[in-house]
Design a protein around this ligand. Structure first.
Ligand SMILES: Nc1ncnc2c1ncn2[C@@H]1O[C@H](COP(=O)(O)OP(=O)(O)OP(=O)(O)O)[C@@H](O)[C@H]1O
Ligand SMILES: [Mg+2]
Length: 292
């Protein structure tokens, strides 16, 4: 068998393998959280992977799924704070968000990161529309704790605008700033917001693209990836602190979402090019899958 013919038959086999998955997911809502730590961090991609992520989202949309992108931006906010000479303040390990920090976070999330993702997706057609959670009361928030300043919890999600965009075959790209009933804005954890949006839309899937291959049984051992977990097992990993730091809001969002009717939640390595496509359209799963 020559090199060319082998690769042609392999390519054909892959396309055939994708078909049942494409049919199964027709019209399904898939909420994809693109981690701030993943943006610009994909292996072997000259632009850090934004273009390949955008291509994947365009493809997912083109074959009939309804993707919603929710993005983070922690490192990008940190970098801007540093450029502006603003020193971050932490209380009990959590970033204090004063009015100035909120301004910076909002400018970076809505004005920079959101725009970059939207522009990258729209290279493939008039697909993406950027939103802040402030738009049409998408993310309704309440202050978490006086000590932390303008950090909010999600208290409600109004999906009207998202549903309208999805019905128009557009791809909403959401920056996770929320507002309370008085119009005050809050910075919202993007994992929590992605989970709440997936729940509100009763999405078929909630997928986190992050900077690790999934949830590990031992956070320091790369080979200890947990392939499949129940919501109860996830709760246990948070309680025992096996999942810590940035993994906690993801684990909690996955557990909540599957209990609320989202069929599957996944934590994947966003540094691996096209991890999203491999998860959605091939028989073999990658990363950690969470089932009810
Ligand atoms: N059990 C665990 N398995 C794997 N990673 C873990 C575990 N516990 C904690 N972590 C940490 O969680 C991190 C992923 O969360 P992190 O908040 O850093 O990324 P992100 O949410 O994708 O990006 P961003 O917060 O910028 O949007 C990993 O890099 C790892 O350090
Ligand atoms: Mg995080």
């Amino acid at each position: 068998v020559s090199e060319a013919s082998r690769s042609a038959s392999e390519t054909a086999a892959l396309l055939v393998e994708a078909l049942p998955h494409i049919r199964r997911f027709a019209d399904s809502v898939v909420v994809v959280k693109y981690g701030g730590s993943t943006i610009g961090n994909t292996q072997g991609a000259p632009d850090g992977g934004l273009a390949s992520f955008a291509q994947d989202i365009a493809l997912v949309r083109s074959v009939g799924l309804r993707p919603v992108v929710v993005h983070g931006g922690g490192p990008q906010i940190g970098a801007m704070m540093q450029r502006l000479g603003k020193v971050a303040e932490f209380r009990n390990g959590l970033r204090v968000t004063d009015a100035e920090t909120l301004d910076i976070a909002r400018m970076v999330l809505v004005g920079k990161v959101n725009r970059e993702i939207v522009a990258a997706i729209n290279v493939h057609g008039a697909l993406a529309v950027g939103l802040s959670g402030e738009d049409a009361n998408l993310i309704q928030a309440a202050q978490r704790d006086d000590d932390l300043g303008f950090v909010g919890d999600v208290v409600g999600v109004d999906t009207t605008m998202l549903t309208n965009l999805l019905d128009q075959h557009l791809v909403p790209v959401v920056a996770t700033v929320g507002t309370d009933a008085a119009g005050q804005s809050y910075n919202i954890n993007a994992d929590t917001a992605a989970g709440a949006i997936a729940e509100a839309l009763v999405a078929e899937k909630l997928i986190f693209l992050t900077d690790v291959e999934g949830i590990r049984a031992d956070p320091d051992v790369p080979g200890s990836l947990l392939h499949e977990l129940s919501a109860a097992e996830l709760d246990g990993l948070v309680a025992s602190r096996v999942a810590s730091g940035g993994m906690v809001p993801k684990a909690q969002a996955c557990a909540r979402a599957v209990r609320a009717g989202v069929a599957g939640a996944h934590i994947l390595d966003g540094r691996v090019p096209h991890a999203l496509l491999v998860e959605l359209f091939t028989d073999g799963g990658v990363g950690t899958m969470v089932r009810p």
